[in-house]
Every structure is written in structure tokens, then in C-alpha cells.
Design a protein around this ligand. Sequence first.
Ligand code: SAM
Length: 455
Amino acid sequence: MSNFLPNELVKRLNEQDGFDTEAFNRVHEQGDKITAIRLNLWKQPTVPFEDGKPVPWCDTGYYLTERPVFTLDPLYHAGCYYVQEASSMFIAHILAEIGLKNTASRALDLCAAPGGKSTLLTSYLGSESLLVSNEVIKSRANILTDNMSRWGASNIVVTNNDPSAFSRLPGYFDVLMVDAPCSGSGMFRKDRDAIDEWSLANVKLCSDRQKRILAESLETLVTDGYLIYSTCSYSREENEDIVDWIQTEFTFESVPITLESDWNIEETKSSKHNAFGYRFYPHKVKGEGFFVAVLQKKAKQSTFNRKKIKIEKNSAPSNILADWTEQQAAHIPFMHGDNIHIFPKKYEEDLRWFQQVLYIKQAGTNIGKWTGRELLPSHDLACSIHIKTDLPAQDVTRDVALQFLRKESLAIEDFPAVNAGWCLVRYKGTNLGWVKVLPNRINNYYPKEVRIMNL
Ligand code: SAM
């Protein structure tokens, strides 16, 4: 038996029929590091690294043979891809299986930071959908906001709420993703420090918290809506037992997901209700430990009073959209303080409902500050997939791109394409942010909060 994995954990896994304890211990001892990225097809149609091999269950996922220093890749900062653990990318396959890929839906990612599942959901649910991406911990909600801004879609709302807040929107969402906080055993190969924190008592604590999170939020799903529940734990108490508990306490049906046999993902059945679950083991798949189950709500769910909320007169100057963005007809501009945001027109009323019951960190894309005369364009606009394509821009070398991303001073000779005013800094055709070209200098507008430090 491995001498560093918790005995209690391995002993329990060993009790499962056909579990290959030796192979499980071996991958942990070897400690191979697997690196995978998922492309943002709105920005990056091909793998920007050599030798990217596809992740079998996600058509935008790729394994890299080596782990680059992502911080030194300008395309990483531009939101061209997200570095994501490969097993988690299975959510893409689930969305296709349950018929939601590119299907207009209202989705909630309840435990969303740092944003791996949310960026995936946004891409796969498509531009006609709306994603509410929520994180309860304030500092993590900031990271989530940055990652969602980089991804560039406008059909998202980032919120910072306790799960219980969503019971104020009963019967609203078509999809609820709960990637629950867990005991983390699935990450032991990657993160050995986490091993010391593992205990059966913590598994129990996590299991109780998972039930609490679900109990407080399931009401927000519409009848026939889907719950996607996942953890990175191997413990039955946080996985199959939670699914059993949902089926005992609420009216949900288990949804089977078709698998290819060579994926080596293990289908499990819960002990009480025979509900399907899907387990990823690092000795069987090229990825870390992961569990996911899909359930469909069958209870008749009442909803809230969707009376028309009077939409206040919008003070955002409407011509601004035409000057700075594409797809103007699909968006409404609205003012938040001095800032102008764009948001999908078809969900305008939904946003009013959210404003009444949720703490919103970001709605749509903040395109910039309105001075009363002109727009000072924001970094989010530079990252937006809806930014106008013919704005003044300068393609720069990798070295200049890194100077820009470190918020260093820039040489005017590196910006020959633009004489004066706002200019997008581009690397390999993708926007990184703004500079302002002045007669004798360049002002670097890269946000200091996200600049590269110490590298
Ligand atoms: N879904 C994320 C992704 O793919 O990038 C990872 C989510 S992580 C597994 C679980 C998240 O739940 C963390 O961001 C954590 O802050 C949050 N969390 C912790 N306690 C919570 C609670 N009581 N209710 C809701 N979320 C909680």
C-alpha cells in the first residue's frame, strides 16, 4: 500500500469490486503532471502549442506534452484558452448528451471560481444562452470576474452570493451546475499538500455542506431542468451518497450519459436508487480524480411573480455601441455608475429580476467609462468578443507584448500603425488591451491588478 496516501481512503477504494489499488497507488507515486487547455473558439480556433493531443470527451480540449510558463504567454492573458484539468472537461460531453449544446438556456454555475466550468458552460451553451456565474467567497469572486472578462462573452452575470440567495428565483434556471467544495482527494497526485488535510471527519463535513448547498438551491431549477453535480473527491459520501440523498429528499431522475469504452471512465450506480455516476481515476484516464452525475428535476416547481418590472429610462448614449462594438442589435447598453455595460437584449428583463435579489459583481461587459462627452474604453472591452473589429490597432512582438502585460513603458517606434489616440495592442491577431498614443509617448492602460509581476 502506498505510504503517503491516507490509509482509510485507499482501504475504502480497495473494497470496490475490481478496483486496481496497485495501479492507483503507482500513479500517485509516479506523480506525473498532466497539462491540458481548453480553447476559446471565439478567439483561438487552433492549438497555440506544438503537439497538442485532443482530450477525447471535449472537442476544444487538448493535452500539452510540456507545461509552458503560461504567465509568459500573451495569448493566455488574452483569454484564448483556459488551463483546465482534463477530467473536468467532461461537462462539454454532458451538455451535448442532454441536448443543451448551443441551445438557448438559462444556466447557473453555483460554485464557480476560478471559472473553469463557467468558461466551458459559456462556450458550449452558446451565445443565445445566459449564464449566472456565482461564487460565495468574495476574493474568489474577483478572480472569477477577471477570468470571465478575459473569456469575452457578454451573456454572463457574475454574482457573489450564498447559495441560499437563489431560492429567491424559484423555477428559473434550466441548468444548475454544482461543482461542490469537497475533500479534494481527486487532486492528490497534483497537490500532495492536500493529503495532510484529508480525514474521514472532513469528508463528513464536506458531505454535510454539499447537502446544505443543494438543499438551498435546488428550488431554482425549473421542472425538467438539469442538475450537474460534481466533485474532485473519491469518497462515496460526497458522490453517489449525495445523489441518493437528492433522490430520496427531492423528485429527481438520474440521467445516464453515453460513454466510449476506450475513455475508461467508470460508470457507477448509487446503492439506494441505482443512480448513475461517472468516476475518473488517474490510473485509468489521462486526468485527475473527478466524479459527476446528472439528474433531471421531475417535481412540479412553482415560480416567482414575473410581473413586468418598469424599466428605468436608460441614460446610456446609444450611438456609443456603434462606435465600439459589433452585434449592436443583440445588445442593450446600460449605465452602472459612470460605466457603460452591454448586455444581451433578450435577457434585459431577467437582469432586472436579478438586481432585486442578488449581489451582482458584473453584468454583461463593461465597455468603459462615460465622461459625458466620450468613452474611455475598458480592458473588458479589449477582451470582448463583441468589440468592433476595425478599431485602431497595432500588432506587436512577443517581447513588446510582455512589456505591455507587465505595464512597463513602451517605445513609440513600436506603434507605427497609429498616429494618435486609443490603440489596441494585438498579439498574433488577438487583443491584449489598450494604449493611448500621444505625440511623444505611449500611455500603457493595462490594468495594474492583472499585470504580470515578478516574471
Ligand atoms: N467550478 C470551479 C471551476 O471549475 O473552476 C471550481 C469550484 S471549487 C471545486 C468549489 C467552490 O465552492 C470554491 O470556489 C469555493 O470557494 C466555493 N465554496 C466554498 N464553500 C462554499 C459554500 N458553503 N457554498 C457555496 N460555495 C462554496
